[in-house]
Structures are given as structure tokens and as C-alpha cells.
Design a protein around this ligand. Sequence first.
Ligand SMILES: [Zn+2]
Length: 377
Amino acid sequence: MQFKKVIGNSGLKQRLIAQVNENRISHAQLFEEREGSGALALALAYAQYINCLQRGDDSCGNCTSCIKFEKLQHPDLHFIFPTATNKEITKNASSSQFFQQWTDLLKTNPYLGLNCWVEALGVDNKQVIINTRDSQDIIQKLSLKSYEALRKIILIWLPEKMNIESSNKLLKTLEEPDANTVLLLITQDIDALLPTILSRVQIIKVAKPNDAEISSGLVDSYHFNPEAAKAASLLCEGNINRALEIANGNEDEDFYITNFQNWMRYCYTANVLDISNWVDAVATIGRERQKNIAEYGLRFFRECLVKNYGSGLNMLHEKEVAFLDKFSPFIHGGNIILLTEAFEDLHNQITRNANPKITFMNLSLNVSKMLRLKAEF
Ligand SMILES: [Zn+2]
């Protein structure tokens, strides 16, 4: 991937290019982003640039190295990413076993988030992790001489998903740098990384691209028509992955809108049978999507406050507008803190493998009460 194809972050691209040309490439770099800001795409462009045989102000895209990088098939480009067992791979899941799925997905969408990846893996409810076998692979890959590249690249996507044993192995690797290897880590949750890892990497902050950058990127790199690109850029909250889903007419957004609205209706009417049926259904959709419902809820509560107290600049899907009109009067100073804490707690509990039926049921009953609290202005 060339830098010019990566959406947003033009200043950062220039700094990365300068690093290479001034021979200041640090051996371990951590790209920090919020999902969909383009850190993985930038890391790929950077890796390709480091190894390009005819570097200019971008990688050439045509040399033997660039061609292999574009196909994600360079023998010195290694990937480590979270996995879990599925129907085919029933034990000892590791990145190498899912390499094909990974590169297939990455070629179509280098802005992917954890959810798309979990869906591609077909692992439903399971938490994905980078396990010890992966870190053994890193050590083994480090011990090999590079085949042909100027610098061997090991790209670790979401190191926050490492278990403790892998993190410790990674630490060893970071302590004993190899001059011919560049480790590129891409995190979407820097707080979850060990301080000892953070102190051994150069941290590169990747900013959320703005609406205009996303809109023009969707037109230039993905050939969407300008109207669809603009609409997607306004709805995606700076997340390019989301923008692509919206522009592609992905059904996912509908899924969260419909589920959340039904849920809030059942909570408001306190219909226990409806709530219970809804909880049964939502218990089957997998943890990543359950966490998304929590995130969607938090966003929608904020939208309600903006409507009630703010400037009315909501950027909403048409299906959200009618519901917002009816629902927003029930969100106010008397319950917003409780609701926000409850939904953050929902997210944490699901992350910690809590039983989804019990968690969603308890929360539903609490939300029923919270929606009945009087407004305090
Ligand atoms: Zn090249």
C-alpha cells in the first residue's frame, strides 16, 4: 500500500517518510489509534516505504519489493493478530493458521476493526487473543535472517489482546533489538498495554481523519460517488471502517439501530416477557456485537442530550431521527450519569466474559427504573 492511498493523516505520513530518509527508523514503534483512523494502513505503507528499492516521496509501487508488499506476500513481512479456535481449527489457534483469511480481508479493507475480523474468523462468542504460540512465532521469525528485504517487518495488530505470557515474551524481544528488524505494533487500546512495553516503543499517535478527508478518500481510493461518500463521512464519526460499511450499504447499522430501539421500548414499558425474549436473542449474537450495542447506547444517550440541551447538530440516520424525538425527553440530568455508568459497566462485564443473559437482564430492569426517574435541570 502506498502512502497516497491511505486516507487522512498527511502530516504524519510526511514525518514517517522523513524518518526513513534520515535513517532514523526505530526498531519498535507503536501506532496508537481509535478504530478506523487508519493506523494499520499507515503501518503497511510505512513498511512498504522502508523496503522500496526506488523510494521517492512515496514508495514506487512497481519495484520487486513493492509488488510483494502490495500483495501482502513479501517473505519478510510477518503478521501477528488475535485469533480464536473455530469449527476448522479447534485447538492452538495462532496467526499463521489464519494468514489467508487475514490477508484476504486486509486487501479489501486495511481500516478493519476487531468486529470485522472476528466475523471473518467465524468464532462467534469467543474472545480473540494473541496467545503464547504467536509470541513463540515472533521469536522464531526474529531469529531468521531476512530473505531479501532491507528490513524485516513484524506487524503486530492489537497487542492489547496478548495474554500475559505472550506480553512477557514480547518484552524480551523489545529488550534485545535486532538492527534488521522493525516491529510495528498497532493498538486501539493503549491503556491495556503493560507500562514496560510502552516504555520500550516509540509511540506514534494516529489522529482521527476529518469528514472532508474521509469523503475525498472514499471517492479517490474506493470510487464511491461523491454524494454517498459525503453522507458516509458525516455518519461515521471519524471511523473509516465505519464509513466504508455505511457507503457499502452494510446492514450492520440497521442491526444496532433496531436492536437498541426495541430494547429501550421494552424497558420503558417494563414488559418483562418482551425484555426476556430480547435478552435471549441478544445472548446469541456474540460478544463483540454485544459490546457494540453498549457503545451504540452510549452514543445515542449523548445524542439525546445534544438534542435536549445542545445546538441540534446531530448527524443521524433517518431511522434514528423519529425515535430520538420520542425518546430524548426521557434522558436528562436526573438519569444520564446512571445510564452512562450502567452502559460502560455493561461493556466491561462483557469484556470480562460475564454471562450475557444475566448481564443484559439485570441492566434492562435497571434501565426501566432509570427511564422513570424525574428530570433534574
Ligand atoms: Zn518500490
